[in-house]
Design a protein around this ligand. Sequence first.
Ligand code: GDP
Ligand code: IMO
Ligand code: MG
Length: 433
Amino acid sequence: MQRTKVDVILGIQWGDEGKGKIVDVLAPKYDIVARFQGGPNAGHTIKFDGKTHVLHTIPSGIFHEGKVNVIGNGVLIDACIIREEIEGLRQAGVEPRERMKISDKAHLILPTHRLLDAALEQKKGSKKIGSTVKGIGPAYTDKVARCGLRMGDISVPAFAEKYAALKEEHLRQLRNLDFDLDAARIDGKTLAEYEQDWMAGIAELRHFEVLPTEIYLNRALDQGKTVLAEGAQGSLLDVDFGSYPFVTSSSTVTAGVCVGLGIPPSSIGKVYGVFKAYCTRVGSGPFPTELHDATGEELRRKGHEFGATTGRPRRTGWLDLPSLKYTLMVNGITDLVVMKADVMDEFDTLKVAVSYRLDGKEMEYYPNTEQAEKVEACYVEMPGWRSPMSQARQYGDLPENFRKYLDFVSRETGGKISVVSVGPDREETIFKD
Ligand code: GDP
Ligand code: IMO
Ligand code: MG
């Protein structure tokens, strides 16, 4: 039996590219779907049978019977949020206990991690990152500082003691930050209320299979099973390659699959890079093609560009090819997946950034964060397609000007376009070959 490879789906812009939809669409072709990083800062939307579902921690393969969903060691779990997700799935007729396994090495987000996230953002003032305030930064900080709590800890007798010790340390840090603990609320709840729900979540998680998923996954590959790895956020929010410090705290790029699931680099197969036909970003940080005009507003309105996790309006702008070329390079993208071009169906013309200029000179390299704040994006203008595409089911059905747009993107980036999404529903998807 030949060992199989892990295919990867990740976002190659600033998140919210439509990864959840594509994982759900491709899941039937795989035995296992595994999330490899991030936590409930993610909001992955899936639409089918007229209903919309948003997942934060649970992998987007969960709606498919007979598939195993794995929460890998690289993921962060907030017991309170995952419990809500589990309950939402039950209401939709899905029992996650039967379909999901969790790594014993996945770290927990404590209620006090969320307070620390809020306190640290508050302290940054105008330099704030615009975090989702889900506790991501502080929980990954504790992981790297070697003092975090992991899923494997929830079944040991000393769990309550370990929890109390870490909470106490967090409270000490919060007092040092002059944080008003009495006034603090987490999703509208006091710390004590949130903690109670969090502990109920821990009790729920004890019913799941918690195991070294790296062993499970590697054995599955040895047995010829197929695995799809699901990323969260996007490459431009990567802790190393994103616009630091306006990034998330994990490796969102292909290399993150190896550490986030325990998969050797030689076992990586296809890498699907998901991108929108325009750009969005939530939170602070440079955005060279950002639009502050009526066109930006139109993209936000037609694309329903409001965060799936926080409801915040997303910043919008034109497609940025220099940044796509960069993320194609760091990820080794083999297949491009284009989303949401239907949002621009009525545009007469549209623009695509093909290079950046800094101080009057064309830039040879992808800019660092300071440069990215100052660069001027250079555009080519293209005619719109002025015809709706959501009914198209074959590549040849797509409007001609849109196909020309895709050829242009492909030529400029050197990437191969494999999948085109023409609407939010599962069915609204075209496979090129
Ligand atoms: P993710 O975080 O990458 O999974 O993406 P989000 O779920 O945060 O945001 C993508 C949004 O676009 C969701 O509201 C999807 O339902 C929607 N969506 C996905 N694909 C398409 C598409 O091709 N066209 C349109 N109009 N909406 C889409
Ligand atoms: P999905 O998986 C879009 C952004 C936040 C903020 C920065 C840091 O749905 O694509 P964090 O909470 O990680 O400390 O926030 O990253 N961010 C996202 N933006 N989509 C996401 O996830 C995001 N997760 C984090 O807005 O700018
Ligand atoms: Mg999202």
